[in-house]
Write a new protein. Structure first.
Length: 70
């Protein structure tokens, strides 16, 4: 079975949905406009600095897995 490549932005969206904080609270803590964050959650680009801030707030880390040869 081939592993599915999931975009980093989609993984961050899922983490936001699963974190237990409201989107309003995330926006207030980070100073991101609710409209901007809503567009991101609907699939638009957030920008590197804001995406970094969201990942930081949620305590997210990137984990690099070795690719299988074949």
């Amino acid at each position: 079975m081939a592993s599915k490549n999931i975009k980093l932005s989609d993984q961050i969206r899922k983490a936001v949905d699963d974190c237990g904080m409201s989107r309003y609270r995330i926006c207030m803590e980070l100073g991101i406009a609710q409209s901007t964050f809503s567009r991101f959650m609907s699939g638009a680009w957030l920008g590197v600095e804001n995406m970094d801030a969201v990942a930081n707030l949620l305590g997210l880390q990137i984990v690099v897995r070795k690719r299988k040869k074949g």
